[in-house]
Ligand binder design. Structure first.
Ligand code: SAM
Length: 445
């Protein structure tokens, strides 16, 4: 039997409907939604056929939006100047998503039908954006409209969902309706047993078009670094900083001077990437051919870079014998993409194996981490994590589980075939359903 509807809500910037899934599971009813992307709109209509959905929020007639108790949305954050906003510059608000949300509230308030609740989500950097001005404008404007507000950064991994995704949640209740009263954000749980295992599908069968296996070249990167870790001397500590193999044997200037601020003759007596002796008469050619990419620019390096280079060179000196032998065994490292010549071993003190870990190919290097939770989904499909134990990357259904989503219709699946069409990106943009649900339970009692 369908649950009796409690509150009505509108789902702005609806995407895959993270807010919708959470609120409807608690018995609330979606009366209207808006989403710019036509694929996502089509999918939303299939998943939530009873909720009308429209397109570009700037083109909809806001007077026609149905009355609602809750206005929710994870709006795109854009820069705007507080000074301009305070002085009422029209161009400060035109085209700005947050101001569009205010327009909707204002339009309902004019009829004495302002939504009782606001429920917003955004990236955590919104708090610090533009010297905290952006958030101040958001807070001040909602308070000026009679809402009592509170906010908190929460991540699904704090609630036993194996996904690390810190996001800012802002909730508000009209003071005239009692305000926040004793509302509290959900308290993080004991996460010592949280594991990616809870979302893995051991019976997974790929759909036609769904290829989650690594290419031969990429598998070679894993094999090489696995060898490095597994055979590393047991009595020695593995570094907690990123390993930059380019620094092994290098001694080009990096602290007081950088390669770019050095003289040609000084570079000509140094060793560059992988300890190769620098030789040449053309300065730009030397920079291009002998200096690692991260050290090619700048007359002075930031302190963090100086530290990484210094630590990597010390690491090489301390483990020279092992590393030289390793490089002899693995000449293929010189053919790898620049970023795969870097390793982030983010599992200090854990077993020196790859089979029980999670691997991600990032621009900053191959990252190996514990299997407690997946790093935040991004909008870039190539960053989908690889699970060595399964010998594949996560499937679209497993990715949905990282967002606690249980959809009847999935993006990228057409008649049982897989066609990459923005699905990964949509999950990377979405809000985690479990977190919204836990907040909503406390808010909408
Ligand atoms: C951060 S995502 C929100 C995702 C959503 N909370 C979910 O659970 O999937 C922002 C969404 O706003 C949509 N969007 C961007 N500009 C828009 C506009 N002018 N009107 C309506 N939707 C828009 C994007 O296409 C994107 O899906």
């Amino acid at each position: 039997m369908p649950k009796k509807s409690k509150y009505t809500f509108i789902d702005l910037y609806a995407g895959l409907g993270g807010f919708h899934q959470a609120l409807s599971s608690l018995g609330h009813r979606g009366v209207w939604a808006s989403e710019y992307n036509s694929n996502l709109r089509e999918l939303y209509s299939k998943n939530f056929p009873n909720t009308p959905i429209e397109g570009d929020i700037f083109k909809v007639d806001i007077k026609a939006i149905p009355d609602h108790d809750i206005i929710c949305g994870g709006f795109p954050c854009q820069p705007f100047s507080r000074a301009g906003f305070m002085k009422g510059f029209a161009d400060e608000s035109k085209g700005n998503h947050f101001f569009r949300i205010l327009d909707i509230i204002d339009s309902k308030q004019a009829e004495n039908k302002a939504p009782k609740f606001v429920f917003l989500e955004n990236v955590e950097t919104l708090l610090k954006h533009d010297n905290k001005n952006t958030f101040k404008v958001i807070k001040d404007s909602l308070e000026a409209r009679g809402y009592e507000l509170t906010f908190k950064i929460l991540s699904p991994h704090e609630f036993n969902v194996p996904h690390h995704r810190r996001r800012l949640f802002i909730v508000g209740v009209l003071c005239s309706m009692g305000g926040l009263k004793d509302f509290q954000f959900p308290e993080p749980l004991d996460i010592s047993n949280t594991t990616i295992e809870s979302i893995l599908d051991y019976d997974f069968k790929p759909m036609k078009g769904e290829n989650l296996h690594l290419k031969k070249e990429t598998q070679a990167v894993i094999d090489l670094w696995q060898d490095f870790i597994v055979n590393f001397p047991k009595n020695k500590k593995l570094p907690g900083f990123p390993i930059w193999a380019h620094e092994w044997g290098a001694n080009y200037p990096y602290a007081l001077k950088t390669p770019r601020s050095s003289k040609l003759e000084d570079l000509n007596i140094s060793r560059g990437t992988f300890g190769i002796k620098i030789e040449g008469t053309n300065f730009e050619n030397i920079i291009d051919n002998f200096i690692p990419r991260y050290a090619q620019k700048g007359n002075i390096f930031p302190q963090w870079k100086i530290n990484y280079i210094r630590k990597n060179r010390e690491f090489f000196e301390e483990n020279k014998e092992y590393i030289i032998d390793f490089l002899k065994r693995h000449p293929e490292i010189h053919q790898f993409d620049f970023s795969y010549q870097k390793l982030e071993w983010s599992c200090q003190n854990a077993l020196r194996t790859f089979d029980d870990k999670i691997i991600q190919f990032r621009p900053s290097g191959l990252r190996v981490k514990l299997n407690n939770w997946a790093p935040a989904l991004t909008t870039v499909r190539t960053q989908n994590v690889y699970i060595p134990k399964l010998g594949r990357k996560l499937s679209i259904h497993e990715i949905a589980k990282l967002q606690s989503m249980n959809l009847d219709h999935h993006p990228d699946i057409y008649n049982g075939n897989f066609i990459a069409n923005g699905g990964y990106r949509a999950f990377g943009n979405a809000v985690n359903v479990e977190v919204v649900k836990l907040i909503a339970k406390n808010l909408l009692k």
